[in-house]
Design a binder for this molecule. Structure first.
Ligand code: ADP
Length: 478
């Protein structure tokens, strides 16, 4: 029997373009499915992607896509990387940019048209190739579901994954005309969200199945606290909604074969060597002191306000703190001010994949006080690198980090320190608990050794996706 063909669509895929966890997922999940499906991964060919390095070449196919009487010439490019076939969509409008997304103030006011065009190009590809399944990710590719629905000649079944409900792809109403979408779709039970056009709602309304990236988040988004105004709409589509936890790419994030480290390691001795090398590199002193790291986007979601509030108290203890991230300018400035005041805080305001690996390898604890967290990968990566996560008990963090007080040696469970309420008292309480635990070397090492062996791979979750793909391909086009 021939394999079902799957087009996996994402606006970012590691190593070509990455702003966060979505790129990691789009890199790893297709690999985990490749044996069972004929997989092709589709993304924009942003101008900053190194075509030579990845041997990306032009394909013979191209599309002329007319949207609202404007003709856009779209070229297709391709490459094969680690056994996966990639299809890149190129048009100057979509791709000639410094950043992936950006705000209107940064000159990205045309994002609706950019990613609308991306969706049209994906639909044209589906029309030509008739993949059996298309797996769409986040608002940037959500509109594909509507275009499939409108074109009865496309037989493809769709699965839409919400990686973060807070980013919905909301645009002024006139985007509807600019994208030549029939105004009959501008209703509350379709694309309209408080007089704006929502890409995310298209994905939820028209996909054959909708997933999000942890079981807990799938429940949370049905509530006003986490539903970002879509809780009622999601509740209406609850029957096709499920949560599948993300995995970690164990090829890319494995301390035992990680070429980005000073020394690959599979025990705590090797980890200590990495800590020594990293502390020297970033100019922090004291190998014996616990090293806390924070790696993530500087946004409200990641609990940066709480981090800023807690840092002066944390820095007063005999420890080191290293922060890697980038994002909102206001947060960057405040973090820079704090780092300048405290010798034991090191700050890197960049996106640096190698440095992130080195920091996971060096760390004793990962700070992750996210206010909400659909899944979170950093906590799982940290555990596999022998660091203990200190997390707010929410979303995927709740599903993946069990309190060390409930320790047992089952390999599917990772242990850390979790706090219930995202406030200063709880966060500092967890921090002091971490210091205490670190002082009890035997106990601390036992947990970290266990975490290094935990299975956070994609195996089980890829099977769950496979089950869903089969379910939707057996149903009729709805
Ligand atoms: P999100 O997708 O919300 O940003 P996740 O925890 O799911 O958060 O995934 C974040 C991914 O991005 C992890 O692989 C993390 O190591 C990486 N990352 C975040 N910030 C940086 C940075 N400044 N430099 C390098 N990698 C980063």
């Amino acid at each position: 029997m021939s394999k079902l063909s799957l087009l996996f669509v994402s606006s970012e895929v590691y190593p070509f373009a990455k702003s966060g966890g979505l790129a990691d997922v789009a890199h790893a999940l297709p690999r985990a499915l490749n044996a069972e499906y004929a997989v092709e991964v589709c993304m924009p060919l942003y101008s900053f992607i190194d075509r030579k390095k990845y041997k990306i070449s032009k394909r013979s196919e191209h599309f002329d896509i007319t949207i609202a009487s404007e003709v856009h010439s779209v070229e297709l490019y391709g490459c094969s990387c680690e056994g996966i076939n990639y299809c890149f969509i190129y048009s100057p409008l979509l791709c000639e940019r410094e950043f992936l997304y950006g705000t209107p103030e940064e000159g990205y006011a045309d994002n609706a048209l950019r990613f609308g065009l991306f969706a049209y190009a994906v639909a044209a590809l589906l029309k030509e190739k008739q993949h059996e399944i298309v797996h769409l990710n986040d608002w940037q590719s959500a509109l594909v579901t509507l275009l499939i629905k409108e074109d009865m000649s496309i037989k493809t079944k769709s699965l839409f994954t919400i990686h973060n409900l807070a980013y919905q792809g909301l645009f002024p109403r006139h985007a509807l005309e600019a994208l030549a979408i029939d105004s009959k779709h501008f209703t509350m039970d379709a694309l309209e969200f408080y007089h704006q056009m929502s890409f995310m709602k298209a994905g939820i309304a028209y996909a054959d199945a909708v997933t999000t990236v942890s079981k807990r988040y799938a429940q949370e988004i049905l509530t006003p606290e986490f539903g970002c105004g879509l809780e009622g709409f999601l509740k209406h589509h609850e029957k096709k909604l499920s949560g599948i936890i993300n995995g970690v790419d164990t090829e890319h994030f494995s301390p035992a074969k990680d070429k980005m480290l000073a020394l690959a390691y599979d025990d705590l001795k090797g980890k200590a060597e990495n800590k020594k090398a990293s502390l020297k590199e970033i100019g922090l002193r004291g190998i014996k002191k616990p090293l806390f790291i924070f790696i993530g986007r500087f946004t409200w979601q990641k609990g940066v306000d709480l981090l800023l509030e807690a840092l002066p108290s944390m820095a007063a203890f005999d420890c080191n703190i290293a922060i890697l991230g980038h994002g909102e300018a206001g947060y960057t400035t405040k973090l820079e001010e704090l780092a300048a005041l405290h010798k034991n805080i090191h700050l890197s305001c960049i996106h640096d994949e190698s440095l992130s690996h080195q920091m996971y390898a060096a760390a004793d604890f990962l700070l992750m006080p996210s206010l909400f967290e659909p899944c979170g990968l950093s906590q799982m990566i940290a555990m596999n690198y022998g660091a203990m996560p200190l997390v707010h008990q929410v979303g995927g963090l709740k599903d993946t980090v069990v309190s060390y007080k409930d320790f047992d040696d089952k390999k599917e469970k990772g242990f850390g320190i979790a706090f219930k309420n995202p406030n200063l008292t709880a966060f500092l309480g967890a921090f002091e608990e971490a210091l205490e635990l670190f002082a009890n070397k035997r106990e601390y090492n036992k947990i970290c050794r266990h975490n290094m062996l935990c299975d956070f791979s994609w195996d089980k979750s890829a099977q769950a996706y496979s089950k869903l793909y089969k379910k939707i391909t057996h149903g009729e086009k709805s």
